[in-house]
Design a protein around this ligand. Structure first.
Ligand code: BES
Ligand code: MN
Ligand code: ZN
Length: 500
């Protein structure tokens, strides 16, 4: 689907989409179109019995006689003073979903707001375009026999406005964030025979074309650095493990201390020797969604030329059972020098992150670190699939993340850390063990292990196990499948608090 921008006119084909306010009035640009249609839209609104312009309501009409276009879709925007960005993203998403269901190929949209709307016309167009882009995502590359009626039909969505140039300019950075979400969704959607550490590394290296510096740590280098935890996870796999580092220096001062994002990239999690049950194991292809989010975020930030210095670090590794795999009871020595008793080889994400976090903190001395990981099934028990778990050693960072979550629609709920949970991971034989007390507070004890690899740096951990894969399909801008969770959230965090 193509998103185009144009002046206001009466479209000559397809569906015309116009906004209606809660008082039944057409929005200014819709009025503009209506004048060229001799008031047919206003008459249609007046004649519709139930439709009243309330937020999120719609009415589909046949186009007034004498015009070339086929249909008119009226969309209620509610009260001007209450219009917000998430509403407009959802609107853009619903338009795309609805038109594809209808089999429409062309649509033109005239939506803005009268005085009193907190957003400018350009911002409104940008958010609608963003939602439309996110909703149009598909991952069809492995379908060779898709039926015509299952294919999306919408070819072009044209956003009409009084100032085409300004609208397009406002929409461009939002589209670049959308591109980051697409990359993340693509990486997570791919099966693990296609995307494994070495092939994900190729996708990361391709980001150098948009100004991202890429550095790789191969297994030899990781061994030199003493990264026994991540290497232990990868040792049962035929595939090489990597840590990949992406740097975007967009701040005015290129030497300014960076901010850092760290992702769990387990490209497939069988559980290792503590093997998972076979039912549903295929889902563990998305156990690299934390890394996918970090990679997508870097693309988004570089794409929109964010004025910030940002480091992205991902630990890429496959967790397999094998004659060379690590065993329950093995003790590994991390880069930090601390030792971990591996009670359960399926609690591997925290092992990967222990070395990745330590490396990030020591190498880049970031202002803060945020890690993202599909870390525990327990977070799904606690929060379901509506919010990700947030753990932090720093209230300001936690508050900013929570606010960015609300503003982006990718929400977080903070859970506790503390010394009583921390002692639950003490080991009899090593500095710590990689599981807590049975099923109790499983997400917290996982986060406690991570915290042992963070010194003074402000840090937050996002457990996204319930968010990485959309099963419900009830969010207009997140189609079923890989969600790209984290890209919009962290782009918002950077935009609102960390750009010069
Ligand atoms: N990758 C899983 C967590 C997960 C579960 C992600 C469901 C997405 C959906 C993680 O590596 C894992 O296996 N965690 C174990 C930890 C346990 C062994 C302490 C779990 O949650 O059961
Ligand atoms: Mn696991
Ligand atoms: Zn895992």
């Amino acid at each position: 689907m193509k998103i185009a921008f144009s002046e206001i006119s009466v479209p000559s084909t397809g569906t015309l989409i116009v906004g209606v306010m809660a008082d039944g009035a057409l929005t200014p640009s819709a009025k503009d179109v209506d004048e060229r249609m001799s008031g047919a839209l206003a008459r249609a609104v007046a004649a519709s019995v139930r439709f009243n312009g309330k937020k999120n309501t719609t009415l589909l009409l046949n186009a007034p006689a004498g015009l070339d276009l086929a249909r008119v879709l009226l969309i209620g925007l509610g009260k001007a003073g209450e219009i917000d960005k998430l509403q407009l993203q959802a609107l853009g998403g619903r338009v795309v979903g609805g038109l594809n269901k209808m089999g429409e190929t062309e649509a033109s949209l005239a939506i803005d707001a009268p005085d009193g709307c907190p957003l400018s016309l350009e911002e409104m167009v940008g958010e609608i375009a963003f939602g439309a882009h996110l909703a149009a995502y598909r991952f069809d590359k492995y379908r060779t026999k898709q039926k015509e009626e299952d294919k999306p039909t919408l070819e072009t969505l044209t956003l009409m406005s009084a100032n085409t140039g300004a609208a397009e300019a406002a929409a461009a950075p939002r589209q670049r964030v959308g591109d980051g979400v697409y990359l993340s969704r693509n990486l997570v959607s791919e099966p693990s025979n296609v995307k494994y550490p070495a092939t994900i590394v190729e996708d990361i290296e391709a980001l150098s074309a948009i100004g991202i510096d890429v550095e790789l740590l191969h297994e030899d280098r990781m061994r030199e650095l003493g990264m026994g935890a991540i290497l232990g996870v990868g040792q049962g796999s035929r595939r090489e493990s990597y840590i990949a580092i992406m740097r975007w220096n967009g701040a005015e001062n290129q030497n300014e201390q960076p901010i850092a994002f760290v992702g769990k990239g387990v490209t497939f999690d069988t559980g290792g020797i503590s093997i998972k049950p076979s039912g549903g194991m295929e889902e563990m292809k998305y156990d690299m969604a934390g890394a996918g989010a970090v990679i997508g975020l870097m693309k988004a930030l570089a794409g929109r030329k964010a004025r910030a210095n940002v480091v992205g670090v991902v630990g890429l590794v496959e967790n397999m059972p094998d004659g060379n795999a690590q065993r329950p009871g093995d003790v590994v020595t991390t880069m930090s020098g601390q030792t971990i008793e591996v009670i359960n080889t399926d609690a591997e994400g925290r092992l990967v992150l222990s070395d990745a976090l330590w490396y990030t903190q020591k190498t880049f001395k970031p202002k803060f670190m945020v890690d993202l990981a599909t870390l525990t099934g327990a977070i799904i028990v606690a929060l379901g699939t509506y919010q990700a778990g947030l753990f932090s050693n720093n209230d300001e960072l936690a508050e900013r993340l929570t606010a960015a979550g609300k503003a982006s629609g990718e929400e977080l709920w903070r859970l506790p850390l503390g010394p009583r949970y921390d002692k639950d991971i003490n080991s009899e034989i090593a500095d710590m063990k990689n599981v807590g007390k049975g099923r109790e507070a499983g997400s917290v004890t996982a986060a406690q292990l991570l915290e042992r690899f963070v010194e003074e740096t402000p840090w937050a951990h996002l457990d996204i196990a319930g968010m990485a894969w959309m099963k419900r399909g009830d969010d207009p801008i997140v189609p079923k499948g890989a969600s790209g969770f984290g890209v919009r959230l962290l782009d918002k965090l950077v935009a609102d608090y960390y750009e010069s």
